[in-house]
Structures are given as structure tokens and as C-alpha cells.
Design a protein around this ligand. Structure first.
Ligand code: ZN
Length: 168
């Protein structure tokens, strides 16, 4: 268990690397995004650093602070043609530690807060941030190459509609 309070107070730094096996919610989210390449999933690594920062005031209350940085390359795929579209993630967050966040902290959009009464594992902290940063859909900006090639084979829905009208 990471002692966040101690880390913040001593302004120390810890770092590590996680595999997908310790990030079950991220694994599930990737599968929902259509990532099914077992090799890419087992090769996935997530690096993190947690660093203690000097305490900061929120509306007159001084709170211990932590910075979290997360790096990974997620093996995402195009939602239309399923071609690999790896996404580099480089995330940075700041947390205040408290059991009840003061109003000024809740209003601060730059700073999150971590409940010191809950024993949040670093895995779950890293996972939360990756899940929030995960794109809802990944797609080639231009039309997908595979789709362009097969487009001619499929009947154009508007042409079909026109045909239906003509049949009346
Ligand atoms: Zn595509």
C-alpha cells in the first residue's frame, strides 16, 4: 500500500511499471473499444510516477499535495476498419489529500482530490486516470482504406431507397 501522506510530507517520489493484468478495468475498456489482439494487450505497459509536492492552500486550508504522471501506448484500433491505431498517453495530474475537500478544492479544475480514508491502490489511481483520458471512439480521420475498397460492392442505401420509390 502506498503511503500517500508520507510521500507528500517527505516530498518523495515513487515510480513503477504496470501490466494490464493488474489493470482489469482498463483491460475491459480496451476490449469494449474492439482491441482483441492478445499479443498487443499482453505487451502493454503503463509507467507511472507519484511525487510529493509542497502543501497548497485551498480557501485557507493547507493540504498535502501529490503529482501523478502516467505514460503508456495503448494498442487502440480504428472503430470502422479495426486497423491498429496506437495512442500514446502522457498524462499529468495533481491531487490534494484530504478526507473532506474544502469548497475551494472542489471548484479547482486543475486539482483532483484523493480521499485519505480510503486505501486507494496506485493501480486503481493510474487506472482511473487512463480510463478518464481514454478516447470514446478512435477512427481514421479520412475514410478507411479497406472501406474505400469495399464500398463499391455494397449497395448505396440512397440508391436502394430510390429503387423502392420507383417500384411503387
Ligand atoms: Zn479505419
Amino acid at each position: 500500500m502506498v503511503r500517500y501522506q508520507e510521500l507528500a510530507r517527505q516530498q518523495k517520489k515513487i515510480e513503477g511499471e504496470l501490466m494490464l493484468s493488474s489493470l482489469p478495468r482498463l483491460h475491459e475498456a480496451l476490449q469494449e473499444l474492439g482491441v482483441s489482439d492478445a499479443g498487443a494487450l499482453s505487451a502493454l505497459r503503463v509507467q507511472y510516477q507519484v511525487r510529493g509536492l509542497p502543501p497548497r492552500y485551498f480557501g485557507g486550508v493547507s493540504l498535502p499535495m501529490l503529482a501523478l504522471a502516467v505514460q503508456s501506448e495503448l494498442p487502440l484500433v480504428c472503430q470502422r476498419c479495426f486497423a491498429p491505431m496506437p495512442q500514446a498517453m502522457d498524462l499529468q495530474f495533481e491531487f490534494a489529500l484530504c478526507d473532506e475537500p474544502p469548497e475551494a478544492l472542489l471548484e479547482d479544475e486543475q486539482v483532483d482530490w484523493l480521499d485519505t480514508q480510503e486505501e486507494t491502490s496506485v493501480e486503481s489511481l493510474v487506472e482511473d486516470e487512463l480510463l478518464m483520458a481514454l478516447p470514446i471512439a478512435v477512427m481514421h480521420e479520412e475514410a478507411c482504406t479497406d472501406l474505400q475498397q469495399t464500398a463499391g460492392d455494397k449497395p448505396n442505401p440512397f440508391a436502394v431507397l430510390k429503387q423502392l420509390k420507383l417500384d411503387k
